[in-house]
Every structure is written in structure tokens, then in C-alpha cells.
Design a protein around this ligand. Structure first.
Ligand code: ASP
Length: 309
């Protein structure tokens, strides 16, 4: 098969390069996704993933990451601190334990026992941003990951799906979650079926955006099931966005509705697609040695105000 990799957002371009280089050298999709996502985790300029990710409301950088491969093997890490590459830890859980998910202190202890070094993940920039937020006196977790200022840019989890030369697909996600989130809050990224899902007979999906909405919809699982019924990856992602949208309306009477959710998907023929709730979601696809950033199609426009309905 021709290798192919798709990932979320502009920083997906850099991660794709690494994943694709591995795929081209005959690495399997699990190795390739892990290595690709590590690039984003190590980049302090990405303020929503790994080192340099914005902290929670207590100023603590807590990371979530997960992998699921074509053998339905799962490794997921929730709310880990001081470990720069939670995606590597997810890989260890996937391969070397009988478990699927480790969280918090237990995940940290497991990491140290497996040779990971504890590190400070707060950078000068992320500390400055945290202190600014703190000085505003707001107690509310913000739907914000970066210092850019439209809500389209606030969601920057990297989700990645790759197919190797053997036709095997792996999906993965890694994130620092919503900036200033309540300490202990878990988003969609480490939740199997929400942040990512994989089925060797069908394909895989991954998500980014406000995790609460994706969890409600079991977004990635839903996309895989839609593809099983014969929908294209893009159409399946569109259906998942409609589901997210409907369940948000049903559930969110007194909430802020200005959220973004974006999905990417790949089927076992190597076709890819994406869709988002609002405009602004971008995804990167690399195949035939060409890495391209695309604007996703979306459901509702930026001027849409739910209260006007
Ligand atoms: N999905 C992530 C979360 O809810 C956030 C994001 O993609 O920006 O934790």
C-alpha cells in the first residue's frame, strides 16, 4: 500500500514529515504515529501539546495522550505531569501491560519505573500566560489553547492517523487539554471512542476541539461506524459533526456555545477526510511525498449565534 498520514492543524505538517519518513522506511504505523506525535510534544511553540502546553487552573501542566492500533491494542495516559512524551508512555502501556489506561500519579510512577525522566514542562512563555490569566481573576476554564485570538485557533490537540505499507492503520492523540481547565478535568483525547478509534476492518478517526462535546457524541467511534456502513471518511466526519451539534443543543442550555470540534478519518482503502463544526479547522495530509495543509469543510459559520434560533 502507498503510505499515508493525516493529522490535525498546521502543526500536523511537521509531525507528518516525521511519521511519513518512518512509513517510507518501512516502519509500521504504530512506530510512525508515535514518532510523529513526539515531534509536536517536543516543540515548545505548540502551546497545546506536551512541553510548553498551557497549564490548568492550578498552573500545572497535565497531559493526555492515547494510541490505538490495527490489532485493537490501546494505550492511554490521563492527566500525567512532568513527562514530556506521554505518547511514548501510551506506547509502553499498549505493549507492555494488561491495561489500557493509566492516570495521574500512577501513570507518573509507571513512567519513572520504565525509565522516563521527570521534566519541567512549564516554559517561560506558558508561565507568563498563566500568570496573566490568574491576574484577571477569572475562575473559569477557558476554551483557549494558544495566544491567537479567534476561537478557531483555540483547539490544537494533535490527532494523527497513519497507514503503513502493509495496509495497517494506527491512530493517536496527544494534548495538554484546554488551557486553565479545572485540575483533574479529562478531555476527549485519551478517551477511546471519543478522541480516537480504530477498527482494522473499517478505518480510524481522531478529533480535536472542545473535548466535552466530542465525548458526549462518542465522536470517533461514531465515524468508524458510519464508515462501516459505507460512508466516505468526509461524509462520516460530517455526520459526527451533526451529532455533536445536536447533542450540544440538547444538553447545553446555559453554556457558551462558541465551541469548535474537528474530526479527521481514514478508511482501509487509504481515503481520508475531515469535517468541523465551524470554519477554521485545518488538517495536514502527506502522501506520495507531498505534505499539504487543507481547510476543512464545516457545519456552521462564525457568525452563527445559537440564541438566534
Ligand atoms: N480536545 C482537547 C481537549 O478537550 C482540546 C483540543 O483539541 O484543543 O482536551
Amino acid at each position: 500500500m502507498e503510505p499515508i498520514v493525516i493529522s490535525t492543524w498546521q502543526h500536523g505538517l511537521e509531525a507528518n514529515e516525521e511519521a511519513y519518513r518512518n512509513l517510507n522506511e518501512n516502519a509500521n504505523s504504530l512506530d510512525s504515529v508515535e514518532r510523529g506525535l513526539t515531534v509536536t510534544e517536543n516543540n515548545p511553540e505548540v502551546h497545546s501539546v506536551g512541553y510548553g502546553g498551557l497549564p490548568d487552573n492550578e498552573g500545572r501542566v497535565t497531559l493526555d495522550a492515547a494510541l490505538m492500533d490495527w490489532k485493537a491494542r490501546i494505550g492511554s495516559v490521563i492527566g500525567i505531569e512532568h513527562i514530556k512524551n506521554p505518547i511514548r508512555l501510551a506506547r509502553v502501556i499498549l505493549e507492555d501491560t494488561e491495561h489500557t489506561i493509566l492516570s495521574g500519579d500512577g501513570a507518573f510512577t509507571f513512567a519513572i519505573r520504565n525509565g522516563f525522566e521527570p521534566e519541567l514542562l512549564l516554559t517561560e512563555y506558558s508561565l507568563k500566560k498563566y500568570l496573566e490569566w490568574k491576574s484577571q481573576g477569572s475562575g473559569k476554564a477557558e476554551e483557549r489553547h494558544t495566544d491567537r485570538d479567534t476561537f478557531n485557533d483555540y483547539h490544537d490537540t494533535i490527532g494523527m492517523i497513519a497507514m503503513d505499507k502493509f495496509g495497517n492503520i494506527t491512530s493517536g492523540c496527544t494534548t495538554s487539554g484546554l488551557a486553565w481547565k479545572l485540575h483533574g478535568r479529562v478531555g476527549d483525547s485519551p478517551i477511546i471512542g471519543a478522541g480516537l478509534y480504530n477498527d482494522a476492518a473499517v478505518g480510524a478517526a481522531a478529533s480535536t476541539g472542545r473535548g466535552e462535546e466530542c465525548i458526549r457524541a462518542c465522536g470517533s467511534f461514531y465515524i468508524v461506524e458510519m464508515m462501516r456502513q459505507g460512508l466516505s471518511p468526509t461524509e462520516a466526519c460530517r455526520r459526527a459533526c451533526e451529532r455533536v451539534y445536536k447533542l450540544n443543543l440538547l444538553s447545553s442550555k446555559n453554556r457558551d456555545h462558541k465551541y469548535q470540534v474537528g474530526f479527521i478519518a481514514m478508511n482501509i482503502s487509504g481515503e481520508v477526510g475531515a469535517f468541523s463544526i465551524r470554519s477554521g479547522f485545518q488538517y495536514a495530509v502527506m502522501k506520495n511525498n507531498i505534505n499539504t495543509l487543507f481547510d476543512s469543510e464545516f457545519l456552521i459559520d462564525e457568525k452563527y449565534i445559537i440564541e438566534d434560533l
